[in-house]
Design a protein around this ligand. Structure first.
Ligand code: ADP
Length: 545
């Protein structure tokens, strides 16, 4: 039997129109390069996003054409988030921290036709511009400079000013492409993921749900996660859908600047990778100043595992950390760790242990954890296996790459490459990425568990654990540690600290103390660089021996 419901497409213009109709006064605050604040409202954002859609259409944008953005987090990037897809184009956010050769590869692979770029990021563009083919380049004068100078560069404001205001949206199908994003390449060549209007709308609902980020028009949301990292985890779309005030930090994402904005704008919700929050926490712990944050401030932490010590640390300042897991391939919100009622009666320590897990899946994200034979592991919180997912906002392939068995199963699930356990309540706990696991004497050691435990030691600011080759055990853990300013700790002390928590053979054989751990372009610990540095050295030592 057919339903009587209307055929109504889940597309972005609806969200944009609704924002103007019901939330015109909602504010959008953006930090400019000179640290001053720019303020606007949804009403103006609506007008400008539509002007961009019209301007791009006049410039010759066709359905499905990719428009690259090379921009920080700010109001004009939000205009691009809506203006490009509402014109039928595909928003392609470029990661400004990538190596020029990666940017060149990505722009050519995606065949970006136009580009919108911040004036302050023109030097980044110059490093690969002669090896790509942008037909038109629109420069957003983010620094406040009066004019745009340079061959082939046009002023973004002129493009907007060319619009009449009489724009009609194209008839979009919900399965049409809305945006694309490349995996940041922690594991090999970047690969493109193409989102649809439908996947983005469904993801926005999930993002806003009380069991997820719990967003409402009363929220003040500050995405610290860059808008080029998996669409700032979908926050710009979800916030405009529910009318939440947005605060964009621009390039100023150091602890001090973040804390300042939290106070000044009374931020209630923020999101970013653990390395950002470790910095903020350290600042708060050293701070003598009393901070006046919103009593409702919560942070969603993802991208890599949130150490339990960090969750506990923020609680002391009345800031709630919510741990979530996802990937570029999953739009990204896949699981989130909020406690279900049966867990409320657990002891404080057990509740913290749960909050440090990655949580259970959002609606319509189907998840299974399977062993090497493809069988689901028992939900005992102990047996490890690979996480596989499927759902309406999970990619079914990579752009221009036919699905291969190492990425997709024969029955159509995405193989995440993440290793986890799952417990009786359905909460997953990620123990590693397949390639980061340490295999010692045939047994797995979780680098993530060791890192998180080490980051609970009072002297440790940051820790990353990698596998180094060993003549007898094949691999052994080596810990790279950054101590807090002025703090001291010896390898023996750190191993003593770990002893009660892990089997003896899990403890790192070696510690390296350093000033900083290299980061990926999205701010995660760059373990491949550490392996390059330390594991390679070890392999050479073994050869000599
Ligand atoms: P990249 O693969 O280039 O790092 P993504 O940002 O898409 O790009 O990263 C997704 C990966 O990040 C996941 O597959 C997982 O390994 C890791 N990750 C994301 N969130 C978490 C988390 N909460 N805990 C542990 N790992 C996480």
């Amino acid at each position: 039997m057919e339903s009587t419901m209307m055929r109504f497409q889940l597309t972005l213009p609806h969200i944009l129109e609704r924002a103007n109709k019901y939330y015109p006064q909602t504010e959008i605050v953006s930090r400019l390069p000179d640290k001053s604040l720019h303020r606007t409202t949804y009403r103006d954002f609506y007008r400008r996003a539509r002007a961009l859609a019209e301007g791009l259409t006049r410039a010759g944008l066709k359905r499905g054409d990719r428009v690259g953005t090379l921009m920080w987090n700010h109001y004009a990037h939000l205009e691009a988030y809506f203006g490009i897809p509402c014109a039928g184009g595909v928003l392609h956010t470029l990661n400004l921290r990538l190596h020029p050769s990666d940017l060149e590869y990505i722009v050519n692979d995606a065949e970006d036709r136009f580009l919108i770029v911040d004036d302050v990021l023109l030097p980044v563009l110059e490093r690969f511009r002669d090896r790509v083919n942008f037909e038109r380049i629109f420069v957003f004068r983010y620094s406040g400079d009066k004019s745009v100078n340079g061959k082939g560069l046009e002023d973004y404001e002129d493009l907007l000013a060319s619009a009449s205001g009489n724009f009609t949206y194209p008839e979009l199908d919900e399965y049409e492409a809305l945006g694309m994003c490349y995996t940041s390449g922690t594991t090999g060549r970047p690969r493109g993921v193409v989102y649809s209007h439908r996947s983005t709308v469904i993801h926005s609902y999930n993002c806003a749900l009380p069991i997820a980020n719990n967003l409402s028009p009363h929220d003040v949301v500050m995405p610290v996660v860059p808008m080029f990292h998996a669409n700032a985890w979908g926050l710009p779309f979800a916030c405009v859908m529910v009318g939440a005030k947005l605060v964009f930090p621009g390039p100023h994402v150091d602890g001090q600047s973040i804390v300042e904005l939290f106070e000044k704008e009374q931020v209630t919700f923020s999101a970013g990778v653990p390395t950002v929050w470790l910095g903020v926490l350290q600042l708060l712990e050293q701070d003598s100043q009393r901070r006046r944050f919103s009593p409702n401030l919560r942070l969603v932490v993802g991208g890599s595992a949130a150490p339990e010590a960090m969750i506990r640390g923020f609680d002391k300042f009345g800031i709630t950390v919510v741990h979530a897991w996802g990937m570029t391939e999953t739009s990204p919100l896949a699981t989130i760790s909020k406690l279900k009622p049966p867990l409320d009666s657990l002891s404080e320590d057990e509740r913290y242990a749960y909050r440090a897990k990655q949580g259970y899946p959002a609606p319509f994200v189907e998840l299974r954890v399977v062993d090497d034979e493809g069988k689901e592991v028992p939900p005992d919180g102990k047996t490890m296996g690979e996480i596989q997912v499927r759902g309406p906002y999970v990619t079914a392939s990579y752009y221009k790459v036919p699905p291969s068995p190492d990425k997709f199963t024969a029955d159509g699930w995405l193989r995440t490459g993440d290793v986890a356990t799952v417990d009786e309540h359905g909460y997953i706990r990620i123990t590693d990425r397949t390639k980061d696991l340490i295999k010692s004497g045939g047994e797995w050691i979780s680098s993530v568990d060791l890192e998180n435990a080490l980051m609970g030691h009072p002297a440790v600011a940051e820790a990353a654990v990698i596998a180094v080759p060993h003549p007898k055990w094949a691999e052994r853990p080596l810990a790279v540690v950054v101590l807090k300013p002025g703090a001291k700790a010896t390898p023996e002390e750190l191993n003593k600290f770990l002893e009660g928590k892990f089997a003896k053979w899990w403890l790192p054989d070696e510690y390296v103390f350093t000033d900083s751990i290299p980061r990926t372009s999205t701010g995660k610990f760059l373990k491949s660089a550490l392996r390059e540095q330390y594991a390679k050295r070890k392999a050479e030592e073994m050869k000599v021996a």
